[in-house]
Design a protein around this ligand. Structure first.
Ligand code: FE2
Length: 529
């Protein structure tokens, strides 16, 4: 099975050029020196598992395990010489590793930043496991993960944390500390895992350098985030399911277009570096490794008969924002009059992904249908004397794409779709109608948007204006940071907005800001009493 396959693959790999390298001493030899044959059991001067461990993409029979060896994570190559390392991984029933379920070996290659991505197959469904990595004399921290229930299992409950937007400089990760301590099935992270840029206000700690454009700099940026203890704890405690937004590459990018304009080929080199570093630092299946500037992140998950989840990519295939400014910086802006926004051909997901989602959504027979994407699907424009002003990078800037999505749900008679988003740095509970904010228009679906882990929200006065102009938003608060706790049962979905006003305090505690429910068979959110 998998173990045998990996051993074969490993030997095949070693038998080729890697063998010559692997048979050199890890730290000792350089060209001209006599090689010392000790690579399979290197001794590390510095602990190599500084970035922790993670698991992700839970399926009924498989899960992905991740680590990256980096004894000095902010140095070139993570502080390792450019040679392969053999890493052993173990998956067990118990955290003492007394009952090993499966194990294997894999090469950590310098061209992939010495990251390790193991797709463990053939596992029992709906089960918890423990895992760790070993290399030479070093043993990684222990991670806990779980597989999804069988596709047809009559699951009675699914609990997960919905999170996004963790600007390192704008706060500490109290939310992740709480997430790590909870009993969850997984963490669903919907974008802005790193920030490429800085903001001068609210700075409580600093990125390690200027905005990255090349691979080594993106690696350092990811390492900076992973060096946070609470983020590592949240990864070690639960499997993660991820999609991305813009800041993993560059603020407001759209497809192959940078917000700074210029030659798309130039931007695509940056995107390729960013996607590669993203892959190298997260528990994503090896088959999803990027090819140049392309990487498939959108996916589908099931949790027995209870839920089906689509993770969606709103950046890689997006049409550029309409009516850009005549200047060096494009991207999103507030607009009151832009007819081009409504052009039918404009898309957030791209035609192929739109069709893939529509066919999956319309044929799903599971109780809850969850759409995980980066942003707020419901409208949050503001009425002004000059007309309604909207932000062109938001879904409001792509009204035809939003209408296609919602009309498709209405035409298919779906009632149990819940959109899950982030990006806007506020907790939101909203009704999704065919015609936004029109009480005569039917409610087609429900929406929960999580506030950010740390990134700052709009000022209170702006949020008040947004609420006043959008009665479909039953809740919208941007003054607190946190995450959303989603709890699904066959008859009811519940969302609890966990929050703190003090993300600058390392020991901040979260409270429940508000809670909402959706009843099965009835589209729309209701305040939970
Ligand atoms: Fe964000």
């Amino acid at each position: 099975m998998k173990k045998t396959f990996e051993r074969r693959a490993l030997l095949a790999h070693l038998s080729r050029s890697a063998a010559a390298l692997a048979l050199c001493s890890l730290f000792g030899s350089s060209p001209g020196q006599r090689p010392v044959p000790t690579p399979l059991a290197p001794r590390f001067d510095n602990y190599p598992f500084t970035l922790g461990v993670a698991s992700g993409m839970p399926r009924p029979a498989s899960v992905v395990l991740w680590t990256r060896l980096a004894p000095r994570p902010l140095d070139q190559g993570g502080g390792l010489p450019p040679r392969p390392l053999v890493v052993r991984w173990e998956l067990a029933d118990d955290e003492n590793f007394g009952r090993l379920v499966t194990s294997g070996e894999q090469l950590a290659l310098p061209e992939h930043g010495h990251s390790v991505h193991v797709q463990v197959e053939g596992l029992e469904s709906g089960r918890m496991f423990f895992y760790r990595f070993l290399c030479g004399d070093a043993v990684s921290p222990i991670g806990r993960t779980r597989t999804a229930p069988a596709e047809d299992a009559p699951v009675q409950r699914l609990r997960f944390a919905l999170a996004s937007c963790q600007h390192y400089e704008q706060g500490h990760y109290a939310a992740h500390r709480e997430i790590a301590s909870r009993d969850l099935d997984f963490v669903l992270f919907v974008g802005d895992y790193i920030y490429e840029s800085s903001h001068p206000s609210f700075m409580v700690r600093r990125h390690e350098g200027p905005p990255p454009t090349r691979l080594e700099a993106f690696r350092r940026r990811h390492a900076t985030y992973k060096l946070d203890h609470d983020l590592r704890a949240a990864h070690a405690a639960h499997p993660w399911i991820l999609t991305w937004d813009d800041h993993e590459v560059e603020n407001d990018y759209a497809g192959e277009h940078s917000r700074f304009g210029g030659d798309p080929q130039h931007f695509l080199r940056r995107r390729a570096a960013a996607y590669k570093a993203y892959f190298e630092h997260l528990p994503i299946a090896p088959e999803r490794a990027p090819v140049g500037p392309a990487m498939r992140i959108h996916d589908r998950y099931s949790w027995g008969r209870l839920a089906e989840l689509w993770t969606l990519d709103g950046r890689q295939y997006r049409s550029p924002q309409a009516c850009p400014e005549d200047g060096p910086v494009r991207g999103g802006r507030v607009l009151t009059d832009c007819a081009a926004m409504a052009e039918v051909g404009r898309s957030v997901f791209g035609t192929e992904q739109e069709q893939w989602l529509e066919s999956g959504l319309h044929t799903s027979t599971r109780t809850w249908k969850l759409l995980a994407q980066a942003s707020q699907l419901s409208s949050w424009g503001v009425d002004t004397p000059l007309g309604r002003s909207v932000y062109s990078d938001a879904w409001d800037g792509y009204p035809a794409a939003r209408e296609r999505l919602l009309r498709g749900m209405a035409d298919a008679g779906l009632r149990d779709v819940i959109a899950l988003g982030g990006d806007v740095h506020r907790h939101v509970a909203a009704q999704l109608r065919l015609a936004s904010n029109d009480p005569a228009s039917p409610i087609v679906a429900s929406e929960f948007v999580t506030s950010s882990i740390t990134s700052r929200g709009l000022p209170g006065v702006a949020t008040a204006l947004i609420r006043a102009a959008n009665p479909d938003l039953l809740h919208a608060r941007g003054d607190e940071r946190g995450y959303a706790m989603i709890d699904l049962r066959p008859q009811q979905a519940r969302c609890e907005f966990r929050a703190t006003a003090f993300p600058v305090a390392e020991q901040a505690r979260l409270h429940t800001q508000a809670a909402f429910v959706v009843e099965s068979g009835r589209a729309g959110v209701q305040r939970d009493v």
